[in-house]
Design a protein around this ligand. Structure first.
Ligand code: ADP
Ligand code: MG
Length: 255
């Protein structure tokens, strides 16, 4: 992370659901240009942690800063305006809509295209709409989804739908991308392409946080790994550090 700027910082995040402490005093930093992987057993609190970072859940305690500004407790659509974009562990249910429109709607929903909200389309809004169409197309091509642009999104395979979600998250040029188990449903070739994409996005300065169970994927795509266990951070380090750490092997890799 040395060269990158601190994009997101979480300090002492805790989330309790009744008697269950899902996330227990977790701090983390994500720098521009790095891929940070969060790993840990089922129920370790990974998805809840991402929900706290993205504003999909308010924390019980702790703070989140994006680009130095406090976003703690803000709802997800406002956090998105700070440059954060995400996908969900369970593939979104898409409406009966083609892939290109599905990807484009994501940018609108995130409010990154403010002018489009006005009822009367101004010249500026139409120009913005065209710029967005071009960006949608570029992102689809980049993810090798261009040939699917006209297909109805909800008729595609799970792997393809997960990639469409990533495309949707990338439109609008986020500064930080959070992916919750993006490999689920992807075949070997799709995983390899996703690994290459994450490395490229990192090289372009994006900050990427990825939750993933596929250890081969984690070890080949992450710069740093943070291990969660029972809601708390067990270890942070390079993939090599993590792979050889006895406590990590005990908690996770050994099973
Ligand atoms: P992971 O993504 O690492 O598998 P989760 O963050 O989904 O873990 O869950 C962490 C813990 O919090 C689990 O014990 C889970 O049952 C609990 N949990 C998650 N979401 C809720 C919720 N909305 N209400 C109650 N308990 C929850
Ligand atoms: Mg999860």
């Amino acid at each position: 992370p040395g060269q990158g700027q601190l994009v997101l910082e979480a300090i002492g995040l805790t989330k309790r659901f009744g008697g269950v402490t899902a996330v227990d005093d977790v701090s983390l930093q994500i720098f521009s240009g790095e891929v940070l992987a969060i790993i840990g057993p089922n129920g370790a609190g990974k998805s809840t942690l991402v929900n706290l970072l993205s504003g999909n859940l308010p924390p019980t305690e702790g703070s989140v800063f994006i680009g130095g500004e406090a976003t703690t407790g803000k709802p997800a659509y406002l956090v998105a305006n700070h440059g954060l974009s995400r996908t969900f562990q369970t593939a979104a249910l898409f409406a009966e809509m083609d892939v290109a429109s599905t990807v484009k709607v994501g940018a609108h929903l995130r409010g990154s295209v403010g002018m489009l909200r006005s009822a009367l389309p101004t010249v500026g809004a139409l120009r913005e709409e065209r710029r967005l169409d071009a960006e949608v197309w570029a992102v689809l091509e980049r993810l090798d989804l261009g040939h699917l642009a006209d297909r109805e999104a909800n008729t595609l395979s799970l792997g393809q739908q997960k990639q469409i979600e990533i495309a949707r998250a990338l439109v609008g040029r986020p500064s930080i991308l959070l992916l919750d188990e993006p490999c689920a449903g992807l075949n070997k070739a799709e995983k390899k392409n996703l690994m290459l994409l994450l490395r490229q996005l990192g090289a372009e300065g994006l900050a990427v946080l990825v939750i993933e169970h596929d250890m081969e994927f984690v070890m080949s795509s992450a710069d740093r790994v943070q291990v969660l266990n029972f809601g708390a951070t067990l270890r942070v380090g390079t993939p090599a550090d993590i792979q050889s750490d006895p406590s990590v092997i005990d908690a996770y890799l050994g099973v």
